[in-house]
Design a protein around this ligand. Structure first.
Ligand code: NAD
Ligand code: UD1
Length: 334
């Protein structure tokens, strides 16, 4: 298939470009580089051993997006482009609503206009809100606690309505759990701007000495050890989930959790990281982070049954690959 990957220079998009080309698909990447670097494209070309067609394009801009569709006969689109920092979305809600909703509508509109009938969307487990885990696709969604989460819930509804109204149009809403890890080469991975918000980038930066100490946000949740429980998934497993989703996409709306089905607590993750990499991660327990829920993990059966996809890489592998990426960054910046 010939696939447009918006946000393909970012963390999940870049790994998905690797998985798509490995599966024999041809990709065009469109990214405005607002949260990624142009160098990633050359690194991707090095990993996959072929050139990538890259366009520095803001996909909220209708004319620029239409031009891509005029120049290429796409079979499908994977729409990763979006802003994703939860805290920033509370400070700058309009920026989040405009970027994340308009990009989704502009790309979907171009799909309809140019007869492209496969649309895969990056949603998030955040749309489940504070439901009781395991989260399954058919459960009622609860309100999210921030504008970022709202952009995901709203985008899902917009795309569902479009699929209902457009014969042959197929939408796959992929609800990601917590992606960590990196490609086995250690050449691509997550590169957060400034202080990381998410747990694993913080852990690797503490382990490398870039930061002094990890703060564990709360040890009084009703969980195995009081710290928050999440379903961490290796980013390459997540990437392969996209390949399965687009290859099997047909008309209508299809919702899939992409998670492992297992929860790991913050303290368990720290211990696994220390063991896998034989390195200490100093931490202290602090207050809960506002907006966090106690437990979030997937019921991963639907993706297994319908797509034949399961996450294969375990927590040890995720910890090793995250650390491998961090150490490669260190040697390159020295
Ligand atoms: P990322 O920031 O690394 O990648 C997103 C990419 O989109 C970046 O390269 C950025 O430059 C680009 N982009 C943003 N707005 C754009 C625009 N208007 N036009 C063109 N490019 C634009 O983030 P990621 O972790 O790879 O996430 C990818 C998608 O998955 C996002 O939509 C995110 O909300 C969603 N998601 C991520 C997670 C996670 O934990 N990383 C979890 C659930 C959902
Ligand atoms: C966060 C977002 C969620 C988004 C997801 C993936 C919030 C409230 N939620 O989810 O919307 O989809 O990222 O981008 O921000 N933790 C620490 N110390 C840290 C960082 C995190 O103890 O320095 C804990 C958290 O309390 C949580 C776990 O680690 O229990 C995972 O946190 P994080 O990586 O930020 O992901 P989520 O909170 O699941």
């Amino acid at each position: 298939m010939h696939i447009l990957v918006t946000g393909g220079a970012g963390f999940i998009g870049s790994h998905t470009v690797v998985a798509l080309t490995k599966a024999g698909h041809k990709v065009v990447v469109a990214d405005n580089l607002s949260n990624s670097k142009i160098e990633t494209i050359a690194t991707l070309e090095h990993i996959i051993g072929q050139k990538i067609e890259f366009h520095q394009v803001d996909v909220t801009e209708e004319q620029a997006v239409e031009k891509l569709f005029e120049q290429n006969k796409f079979h499908g689109v994977i729409h990763f482009a979006g802003l994703k920092a939860v805290g920033e979305s509370v400070q700058k809600p309009l920026m989040y609503y405009m970027n994340n909703l308009i990009s989704t509508m502009v790309v979907a509109k171009a799909c309809v206009k140019y007869g492209v009938h496969k649309f895969v969307f990056s949603s998030s487990a955040t749309v489940y809100g504070d439901n009781e885990a395991p989260f399954y696709e058919g459960m009622d969604l609860l309100p999210t606690t921030n504008p970022y989460g709202e952009t995901k819930a709203m985008s899902e509804r917009i795309l569902m309505d479009l699929a209902k109204a457009t014969p042959d149009f197929g939408v796959s809403l992929l609800r990601y759990f917590n992606p960590i890890g990196a490609h086995e080469s250690g050449l691509i991975g997550e590169l957060p701007n400034g202080v990381p918000n998410n747990l694993m980038p913080f852990v690797t930066q503490v382990a490398s000495g870039k930061r002094e100490q990890l703060q564990v946000f709360g040890d009084d949740y009703d969980t195995v050890d009081g710290s928050g429980v999440r379903d961490y998934i290796h980013v390459m497993d997540l990437a392969e989930g996209h390949v399965a989703a687009i290859e099997q996409l047909n008309a209508g709306t299809h919702v899939y959790n992409l998670g492992t089905g297992y929860g790991t607590s913050v303290l368990e993750l720290i211990a696994a990281f220390e063991k896998a990499n034989n390195i200490k991660v100093p931490y202290k327990i602090v207050d809960r982070r506002p907006g966090d829920i106690a437990t979030c993990y997937a019921d991963a059966k639907k993706a297994k049954n319908k797509l034949g996809w399961v996450a294969k890489r375990d927590i040890e592998q995720m910890c090793k690959d995250s650390w491998h990426f961090e150490t490669k960054q260190l040697t390159e910046t020295v």
